[in-house]
Design a protein around this ligand. Structure first.
Ligand code: GLU
Length: 479
């Protein structure tokens, strides 16, 4: 290895919920860094400005800290190679794109969205792979200048080689090679001036002196594009390690349709961080044939990249629950009490419950009973118990799935916004308030007399509210 120091990074995109996949990649990077006395860098890849959310960045950091996977350099703690938020490095990416324009590895493309759509349409019709037709690739510099002077918007594209292959070595998978004719002339700088993932990722990995890129298997198809970029810049490439992808129990790529993917969910469900870390470790590695429970320190001591297991690991909630039980049973009295105080009965959570429960109790011995659904999911009710009189099972399931789809995209989880979403949906499908709200309330709380629904949902939170709805739908879809 030509690098003086092991420097690895995790580069989550803050576009949605803090993903278990991010924790999984962080864990393996963390262990690798610790094992070789290296550094772990947290880089926030927020170049997709339309989708990036500041709250998501905060959540990712909070969740990784909760898991005990602390990074050495990052947007919150700084470091020598910052800034660590990609949107703050836009000017750097542009300078490097200019270098590629100068050395002839990239070109400006002035094609309109209509032209690109037409090309795609034609390719689809002819049963061809869709790709840019390279119309601007040989545009003279005089024409490009003229277009720029006329203020025409443009993107910067990579001039990919048309023949030959791009090979690269993956430390655990060996040689991977792709025919260059399959590589599109990738956009490097978008018309809004922001870099694409490919350019920003390579430039930042290089400038941050990343020695090993350890990321999920789904990025393998991007790696040849990255190799081409390293070559165009005449930079040394890091080592690549692509981790096996986490899968649902039906072996499809892990998805929120089939598995809760948000780290927040596992935290709210009462999974202990050490249990989750141990479980994630087992997704790609084993300690020994007869031992499944091990600590992070033990993993660091015994870990070897070559021992990463490439078989598609199944993210099985039952196994995780079992693992959690093992950890729970090992808690000391103090840890147990602490966990209840800081996680289950966290002060901020109790303050929120206070707002709605106070008027519903006369003495404190009624609290647990009245506020039960804030701490444990209610039993799954039958269709008959939940379905309004004038509707049937199919209508109810359609209504709930429609709402769940909307809630899956709702990241600002506040009463007014939840109320708006539900009002809008209800009006659209033309249900009366009672027939719409009662089933949802019953599914979420198990009772008819709970506080106003949108407030209850706000307090319960995005994760638990959606999961209860999903569980109910799933348990009635099959029957
Ligand atoms: N931003 C990418 C992600 O969201 C990073 C992939 C990589 O590690 O290169 O996972």
């Amino acid at each position: 290895m030509a690098f003086d120091q092991v420097r690895v990074r995790v580069a989550p995109s803050p576009t949605g919920d803090p993903h278990v996949g991010s924790a999984y990649a962080t864990l393996f990077n963390y262990v690798f860094a610790k094992k070789y006395g290296g550094k772990l860098i947290l880089r926030i890849e927020d170049t997709d400005q339309a989708r990036a959310k500041a709250s998501s960045e905060q959540q990712i950091m909070a969740c990784l800290k909760w898991l005990g996977l602390q990074w050495d350099e990052g947007p919150d703690c700084g470091g020598e190679y910052g800034p660590y938020r990609q949107s703050e490095r836009k000017h750097i990416h542009r300078q490097y794109a200019d270098k590629l324009l100068e050395n002839g590895s990239a070109y400006r493309c002035f094609c309109t969205a209509e032209h690109l759509a037409q090309v795609r349409e034609q390719q689809k019709k002819n049963g061809l792979k869709t790709a840019y037709d390279r119309k601007c690739r040989e545009l003279s510099s005089a024409s490009a200048e003229k277009n720029m002077a006329a203020g025409k918007p443009f993107v910067v594209r990579m001039k990919m080689p048309l023949q030959g292959t791009t090979p690269f070595m993956d430390v655990i998978r060996g040689k991977i090679e792709i025919a260059n004719e399959l590589l599109d002339d990738q956009v490097l700088i978008k018309s809004d001036g922001f870099p694409t993932y490919h350019l920003a990722n390579v430039v930042d990995d290089h400038l941050m002196k990343i020695s090993h890129v350890i990321r999920a298997e789904e990025w393998i198809s991007s790696t040849p594009k990255h190799i081409q970029l390293y070559q165009a810049f005449e930079w040394e490439t890091p080592e690549f390690i692509h981790l096996p992808l986490l899968r649902n129990t039906d072996r499809s790529k892990i998805s929120k349709r089939k598995n809760p993917i948000s780290l927040d969910f596992y935290r709210r469900k009462g999974i202990l961080p050490k249990a989750l870390v141990n479980f994630l470790a087992l997704m790609g590695w084993s300690y020994s044939s007869d031992r499944e429970i091990f600590t992070l320190e033990e993993m660091i001591e015994k870990f070897e990249v070559k021992a990463i297991n490439l078989g598609g690991p199944i993210f099985d909630l039952k196994k995780l629950t079992w693992m959690n039980q093992q950890y729970l049973q090992r808690l000391s009295e103090e840890e147990f009490v602490n966990y209840l105080r800081t996680e289950v009965f966290a002060k901020e959570y109790l303050s929120k419950i206070f707002q709605v429960i106070l008027e519903r109790i006369e003495t404190f011995d009624q609290f647990v009973e009245k506020a039960q659904y804030f701490f444990s999911p209610p039993a799954i009710m039958t269709i008959e118990e939940v379905c309004p009189k004038n509707r049937d099972k199919a209508q109810l399931l359609t209504m709930l799935s429609g709402l769940l789809d909307l809630l899956d995209e709702q990241y600002v989880w506040e009463m007014v916004h939840l109320q708006e979403t539900m009002d809008h949906h209800r009006n659209k499908i033309d249900w009366k308030p009672g027939e719409y709200l009662v089933p949802i309330r019953l599914i979420l709380t198990g009772r008819k007399d709970s506080p106003p629904l949108s407030k209850t949902m706000e307090i319960l939170g995005r994760e638990l509210s959606r999961q209860r709805m999903r569980d109910w739908i799933q348990s009635h879809q099959a029957s």
